[in-house]
Design a protein around this ligand. Structure first.
Ligand SMILES: Cc1cc2nc3c(=O)[nH]c(=O)nc-3n(C[C@H](O)[C@H](O)[C@H](O)COP(=O)(O)OP(=O)(O)OC[C@H]3O[C@@H](n4cnc5c(N)ncnc54)[C@H](O)[C@@H]3O)c2cc1C
Length: 428
């Protein structure tokens, strides 16, 4: 591990690796420390959707730029992260829901984007794998998917190829602060002197911020998901319905999930920030159910302060690997088989869960932490971070090198979350 670096990135999820990648490409001496394995938490557990459709206006510019960056990546690094603009297909029987999706065109049009809205006849054709009729839907042709299993590790290798360094099984325990600004990262393998730290610690970010006195309201939801083995049948690459969503995997199998459905595992941090999350909860409560105590035991949302000269909670929990909700897994599989006859009998290859970290307004916190020069937050991606990972990483690299920002960073300012005012919860 280097004893000094221009910039240290804490966390090797999709956001951290893309930030370090764009920094290394600019010739910056960047070191990334990851407490476990690259992308072993949320960033390899997701569906892989890279989506503009239904994005909140505050996030849409970053989503659009991210798709361009995903597309460019294979040519830049000569490796395939499974990105394809296959389009995302939404089908529904609910006229009001279709109308809401269609109305998103009003959000998208000012950005030069539109989505294709269709009725029953076209739905029958686009949704023929379901073998039934639909009222209609939307198809966002320029959206796509990438492979969450491959993307993180491939980008991490590209950081090293571009001159940066990546250190797995190396938790950052805390920061050194001199004269009121960051002067180093205290990691389990030693201290790295640096004046700039990017905190891309996913669901652990708020607990880390607490160690340095910054209040970052963040809460997680446990989502359960499964994969079925490859099938030769004709199933859409990426299909959303109210019952279940289906995504083709890099190995030819399918990821199955119920959109938005999750369990809220109570933790000390959730109790602390409960008030901030009321508006979010009011919008999403229909999809949420109470969970169990494993989040409490995992201690990523504890209120403790830890020492920097002894093993920290991050070293005791190298990878957050929560248990999937068996009942939800069974229900998801049943719904998918009933929606898509081609999947009937497809063996379940794996089932897992992931903690989705969210901010109260559903928009990530990206930017310098108020009152602590040198600490740049990049967390709270609220279930959208995989698709917008490249844009977020690029923006972070812009901010810390003083380059012209890829997109306007104002909506992401961490300072907006510090006050008691409730922000507008992301629309979609
Ligand atoms: C089931 C599920 C489905 C999803 N579907 C989608 C989707 O289709 N499209 C989409 O865009 N998004 C999706 N998401 C959300 C997306 O996966 C996340 O928003 C994104 O991966 C967050 O990336 P991250 O880098 O911020 O965090 P993470 O991937 O969680 O990475 C954070 C990393 O930081 C490390 N870390 C933490 N603290 C420290 C420390 N002190 N020292 C060193 N390392 C540390 C952790 O070990 C971890 O590896 C989904 C998420 C889930 C769980």
């Amino acid at each position: 591990m280097p004893t000094s670096a221009d910039i240290v990135v804490i966390g090797g999820g999709i956001v951290g690796v893309f930030a370090a990648y764009y920094l290394a490409r600019r010739g910056v001496r960047v070191a990334l420390v990851e407490k476990g394995r690259i992308a072993a938490e949320q960033s390899s557990r997701n569906w892989g959707w890279c989506r503009q459709q239904n994005r909140d206006a505050r996030e849409l510019p970053m989503a659009m730029e991210s798709l361009t960056l995903w597309q460019r990546l294979a040519a830049e690094i000569g490796e395939d992260v499974g990105f394809r603009r296959c389009g995302l297909l939404y089908l529904s029987d609910d006229a009001a829901e279709i109308e809401t999706w269609a109305r998103w065109n009003d959000v998208a049009r000012p950005f030069g984007l539109t989505t294709h809205v269709f009725g029953a006849e076209e739905a029958a054709e686009r949704g023929k794998a379901t073998g039934r009729r639909w009222k209609g839907g939307v198809f966002s042709a320029s959206d796509g998917i990438a492979d969450p299993v491959r993307a993180g590790p491939i980008v991490a290798r590209a950081i090293v190829a571009a001159g940066g360094s990546v250190h797995q099984m190396c938790a950052a325990r805390g920061l050194e602060i001199e004269g009121g600004r960051v002067s180093g990262v205290i990691a389990e393998a030693g201290t790295i002197r640096t004046r700039t730290v990017v905190l891309a610690a996913g669901a652990w970010a708020s607990a880390f911020c607490r160690q340095v006195g910054f209040r970052f309201p963040q809460a997680s939801v446990r989502q359960s998901i499964l994969a079925v083995a490859p099938t030769n049948q004709d199933v859409p690459d990426a299909l959303h319905t109210g019952a279940v969503s289906v995504t083709r995997r890099g190995d030819g199998g399918y990821t199955l999930a119920i959109s938005g459905r999750g369990r809220v595992d109570p933790t000390p941090q959730k109790l602390r920030f409960a008030r901030e999350f009321v508006p979010m909860f009011v919008r999403r409560w229909r999809s949420l159910a109470p969970g169990g105590l494993e989040g409490w035991r995992a201690s990523f949302e504890s209120l403790d302060r830890w020492r920097t000269d002894a093993p920290s909670p991050m070293e005791r929990m190298r990878t957050l690997d929560p248990s999937p909700d068996r009942r939800q897994i069974d229900e998801t599989y049943r719904r998918a088989c009933s929606l898509l006859p081609a999947l009937q009998g497809a063996p379940v290859a794996a089932a897992w869960a992931g903690y989705i970290d969210s901010t109260p307004d559903g928009i990530p916190g990206i930017g310098e932490v108020p009152g602590l020069p040198g600490l740049v937050l990049a967390a709270g991606f609220s279930g959208h971070g995989f698709g917008i990972g490249p844009g977020a990483g690029h923006l972070i690299a812009d901010l810390v090198t003083g380059a012209r920002p890829l997109v306007d960073p104002t909506p992401y300012r961490p300072g907006r979350l510090a006050g008691s005012a409730w922000g507008k919860v992301a629309d979609f």
